[in-house]
Design a protein. Structure first.
Length: 272
């Protein structure tokens, strides 16, 4: 329709005009708009499965005539009741909007930032001097003190803590890179409770990473309130975003949570 109003939309416009100015010219214009709606769609034009379009047909029928030829005879009182039907509907919509405004009062008044996509990128010659948003990646090399140990990246911490054997945890923690830590961790025996614990571990590592490094926190905070889509081919769909809702994007969601916590700490440093 190239943005042009449909016959049903024009009919609703005519209803509003008649409500505001219930004169005979407006009523006749409403009748024309009603008749312009395809016959098989007219009974649905008000979206009322009980009364269908009967209130509208009462308004467009002349006084003293029967609705549809064999329905009730239209009187001034019947027309007033039909018009009141539309007024009640408007009040119900207004009341619903007011309730929604109260219930969703914490929603931002303006549109948020566009989504930020964190793509997995291989850096064969090392990380760039100004890594920018790449600091969001779990394999970004940065010292993280967490749960009594020191790790060289989030991946080092995550996969080391996933291992059941102490020797495996040490080998993973000492791996040369995050990718190496991932490979070692993937081959090690997993803790029995890892499925239940892994989300808390990832959340804790991300809090530690950005909480211990203000320069990284600044990059994360620069994304504002944007949704963070954490994509990749090395980490599982539990952690990454993917088309068709196949990925759960837990890293992206935890980054958003960490960002919100950092912003709250800045605005309320005492936690009050």
């Amino acid at each position: 329709m190239s943005g042009r109003p449909t016959a049903a939309q024009r009919c609703h416009d005519a209803i509003r005009h008649y409500q505001q100015d219930p004169t005979e010219p407006r009523r006749l214009a409403l009748r024309d708009a009603h008749l312009a709606v395809p016959p098989h769609l007219r009974i649905y034009v008000l979206g009322d499965m009980d009364r269908q379009d009967r209130p509208l047909r009462i308004l467009v029928t002349d006084l003293g005539e029967a609705v549809d030829g064999d329905g009730p005879v239209v009187t001034a009182e019947l027309r007033h009741e039909a018009l009141d039907y539309f007024h009640r509907g408007d009040r119900a919509v207004q009341d619903a909007e007011e309730r929604r405004a109260v219930r969703y009062a914490d929603d931002p008044a303006v549109a948020g930032h566009p989504a930020v996509v964190s793509n997995e990128v291989v850096h064969p010659r090392g990380w760039p001097e100004e890594p920018g948003l790449f600091v969001l990646r779990n394999d970004f090399p940065v010292r993280i003190d967490f749960a009594g140990e020191t790790y060289a990246s989030v991946l080092h911490g995550y996969w080391a803590l996933s291992a059941a054997d102490a020797a495996d945890r040490t080998r993973i923690r000492e791996a040369a890179s995050g990718r190496d830590a991932h490979d070692l961790g993937g081959r090690a025996a997993r803790r029995a409770d890892w499925a239940q614990a892994r989300l808390a571990v990832m959340a804790g590592l991300l809090r530690a990473k950005f909480g211990q490094h203000p320069e990284l926190a600044e990059v994360l905070l620069s994304t504002g309130d944007a949704r963070i889509s954490y994509t990749g081919f090395s980490e599982s769909l539990h952690w990454t975003d993917a088309p068709d809702s196949r990925g759960r994007n837990w890293v992206g969601r935890l980054l958003e949570l960490t960002r919100s916590e950092l912003a709250f700490q800045i605005s309320s440093p005492t936690g009050e």
